[in-house]
Design a protein around this ligand. Structure first.
Ligand SMILES: NC(=O)c1ccc[n+]([C@@H]2O[C@H](COP(=O)([O-])OP(=O)(O)OC[C@H]3O[C@@H](n4cnc5c(N)ncnc54)[C@H](OP(=O)(O)O)[C@@H]3O)[C@@H](O)[C@H]2O)c1
Length: 298
């Protein structure tokens, strides 16, 4: 039976560490603060933002959310980002994605001050990551690396296959794990919807990372016996037995894979909570940097 890589438990542990770090460092400075911009009323985004607010409160990070109507125009959203860029009390800015389709998402991301880009998605921070001198690493990739590191799953010299090439997961996690150093040094392959013979590639992976967005796509025939599987996917599946009418499943067919692999992240309760925890990590890091405080964060 596989080891279940419990993201909730690990998150609690890291959040306690972050809380302690903050309590030890805080003197007369203002506390760290994360500002979130939420445009529109997408139900899933609202839940994510509420979870982020709660997580901030738990570790002592101040948080505020600017809720903007779904018909907000580009100029209004950029103005809100710029207000936060110029606010000395704000250490981290998070624009909850996706933005409504009429908004130029790239322009919004590029407007965030890179020194407050705790989501790590501004081209400056992505460039730093690719260069091998990361400052803010995108939260999901950083969370995945922490899961591997803190469960003693070796990446050095291992074959890592990533399904998905998004800017927030696939591409940055490939950069992160192929860097030199601890928790990296992997040989990385990125796959996507145009990849030929995907099962042939995934079944050779020592570590398989699924970030596709298709429920139960990766089955037992696509994984290597004894490998580690990281399931990033969050998909809603109709389930009349649930009060809300659906349940969340990953990109990996958990039941068909679990007997075959060494370790696997569950959905929910795997990568999801770690993504939020790394947002806290990055916000604390930004606060430490602006206050010239030494610290021990990822
Ligand atoms: N747990 C978390 O904290 C967290 C964070 C972020 C995202 N997610 C979830 O992770 C999933 C992926 O999200 P994302 O934003 O990274 O990706 P995305 O932007 O939705 O893109 C999906 C990627 O999967 C690839 N893909 C689609 N079908 C495929 C197939 N049949 N075979 C191989 N590759 C295929 C696409 O290839 P092309 O580029 O060729 O189209 C694309 O690169 C979603 O379920 C999302 O909700 C979870």
């Amino acid at each position: 039976m596989a080891i279940i890589l419990d993201g909730n438990k690990l998150s609690q542990q890291i959040r306690s560490e972050l809380k302690l770090e903050l309590e030890n460092l805080i003197g007369h400075q203002k506390p760290p603060k994360l500002s979130v911009i939420l445009v529109g009323d997408d139900a899933a985004s609202s839940v994510y933002v509420r979870n982020k607010e709660k997580a901030c409160n738990d570790v002592g990070i101040l948080t505020e959310t600017f809720r903007m109507p779904s018909d907000s125009n580009q100029k209004e959203i950029l103005a809100q980002v710029n207000t936060l860029n110029n606010d000395l009390n704000v250490d981290g800015i998070l624009v909850q994605l996706p933005l409504p389709s009429h908004v130029d998402e790239i322009e919004v991301i590029n407007t965030i001050d890179p020194s407050k880009d705790v989501d790590g998605i501004h081209p400056f921070n992505l460039g730093q990551l690719v260069q091998g001198s990361p400052i803010f690493v995108p939260c999901t990739p950083l969370g995945i690396q922490q899961i591997l590191l803190r469960n003693d799953i070796e990446t050095r010299g291992k074959r890592v296959v990533i399904c998905g090439r998004s800017n927030i997961v696939g591409k940055p996690v490939a950069s992160l794990l192929s860097q030199r150093g601890v928790g990296a040094d992997a040989t990385v392959t990125i796959c996507h919807s145009r990849t030929d013979n995907l099962p042939n590639i995934t079944s050779n992976a020592d570590i398989l990372i699924a970030a596709i967005g298709q429920a139960n796509f990766i089955d037992g025939n696509m994984v290597k016996p004894g490998s580690t599987v990281i399931d990033v996917g969050i998909n809603r599946m109709d389930d009349p037995t649930k009060k809300r009418g659906y349940r969340l499943v990953g990109d990996v067919d958990y039941e068909s894979v679990i007997e075959k692999v060494y370790a696997i992240t569950p959905v929910p309760g795997g990568v999801g909570p770690m993504t939020i925890t790394m947002l806290l990590n990055n916000t604390l890091k930004s606060w430490m940097k602006s206050n010239h405080l030494p610290g021990n964060v990822a």
